[in-house]
Design a protein around this ligand. Structure first.
Ligand SMILES: [Zn+2]
Length: 392
């Protein structure tokens, strides 16, 4: 490596600078330029990976790697943020990066510019101590499309990495995982998510002449109740039980004297690793066929999977993270698979992945904020992870 001009990055000042780049998805707002400039100053080779696809917003992304040898540890995250929401409910400018009563307040403070600042701080401190005898690789994989459709982001970056023979051995994502304090929870997997739309075709008619019509509503309700009455599983050591939730029922009928022509329902299944989307589809169709037994009866069931269940089994990698946390906090974190989906659903196909970041309490809310101490603590823990990953 060329000798980098290593200077330790201050995590709070850097988090403030990142927040001041307004990167409401899919805008970049200068975030990636700032990150690239800082990482190049630390000796990273940076590659911008802009992607586009018809019908989706163009997105810029950044891959930055230090070193060329293995093992290769990757910090992954996103530079985009969700919109401000009710702007009048903010007491400060969401993009000013203000510190108020020991809290950094602003859009992205916890999700996840604070964590990106902690990545960079930990790396700068590690390289300050180790750059002259470091034999491995550290990278940052930062997408501008996590809060958006997630089509032109991590998924395509991983394809680019594979095409360019860039092999990552382990990955840590900086999503906010801690309910109350930094070090409380590490996420090692997520449940899968399957969206369904069930539509029953009937025959429209007058409510006073039901024999001349075929009301689709009772059949829809029967099928939905059969869905809901099925216990999918009891959960297991890594996962809570799977659940199916009906989110909408609709006939599109505003008249009081009309039997509707069709009725449809939307539902979502959050499922654990005892199921696959295909197994669930087989079961759902069986339930539909049982009620819609008559050949003339018609239904459509559209299913869309937005990520399969996965878990990084507890082992040396999760243990290394746990110990790095414990070294800082004195307590072992809970290893959890709770919560919504994240880009870990893509990265898990490439290498073992875990998620650990800031506090989740105010993410996506107005007045998003995080204690400045939490960012400092997170940077210390990320540093501990690097030290123990590469040995002393
Ligand atoms: Zn996030």
């Amino acid at each position: 490596m060329s000798a980098p001009t290593t200077t330790r990055v201050d995590p709070i000042a850097f988090a403030q600078s990142l927040i001041r780049c307004p990167s409401v998805t899919p805008e970049d707002g200068g975030t990636l330029d700032l990150l690239q400039q800082t990482l190049e100053g630390l000796g990273f080779r940076c590659t911008r990976l802009p992607f586009s696809q018809p019908g989706t917003p163009d997105v810029d992304n950044l891959y930055a790697r230090y070193g060329a040898a293995s093992p290769h540890f990757c910090f992954a995250g996103h530079s985009d943020v969700v919109p401000v929401g009710d702007a009048r409910a903010w007491k400060v400018d969401p993009f000013a990066g203000e510190i108020r009563d020991g809290y950094l307040v602003g859009r992205g403070a916890s999700d996840m510019k604070g964590a990106i600042a902690a990545f960079v701080t930990a790396v700068s401190r590690f390289l300050e101590e180790r750059s002259d005898h470091f034999d491995g690789s550290i990278s940052l994989l930062i997408t501008g499309d996590e809060e958006g459709p997630a089509i032109n982001g991590t998924r395509k970056m991983l394809k680019w990495l594979a095409d360019h023979k860039e092999t990552i051995d382990h990955c840590l994502i900086g999503e906010p995982t801690n309910p109350k304090f930094v070090g409380e929870m590490v996420k090692i997997g997520r449940r899968g998510s399957l969206n369904g739309v069930l539509t029953i075709e009937g025959v429209q008619g007058h409510v006073a002449y039901p024999h001349l019509a075929d009301n689709p509503v009772p059949k829809l309700l029967t099928i939905l109740m059969n869905f809901l009455n099925k216990k999918l599983d009891s959960g297991n050591a890594q996962f809570q039980p799977s659940n199916l939730e009906v989110t909408s029922i609709d006939t599109g009928n505003s008249a009081t004297n009309v039997i509707p022509a069709r009725a449809s329902a939307r539902f979502n299944i959050r499922y654990n690793n005892e199921h696959s989307a295909m197994m669930l589809e087989t079961w759902l169709r069986k339930e539909c066929d049982a009620v819609m037994s008559d050949e003339a009866e018609r239904y459509t069931l559209d299913l869309e999977s937005s990520g399969a269940a996965f878990v990084t089994e507890p082992g040396p990698f999760t243990e290394l993270i746990s110990q790095a946390v414990q070294k800082k906090t004195g307590r072992a974190p809970e290893l959890s698979t709770s919560g919504g989906t994240s880009d870990a659903r893509f990265i898990k196909d490439v290498c073992p992945v875990a998620e650990f970041g800031l506090l989740s309490g105010t993410m996506h809310k107005v007045e998003e904020q995080v204690p400045v101490q939490a960012i400092e603590d997170l940077a210390d823990i990320y540093f501990n992870i690097l030290e123990s990953y590469y040995g002393s």
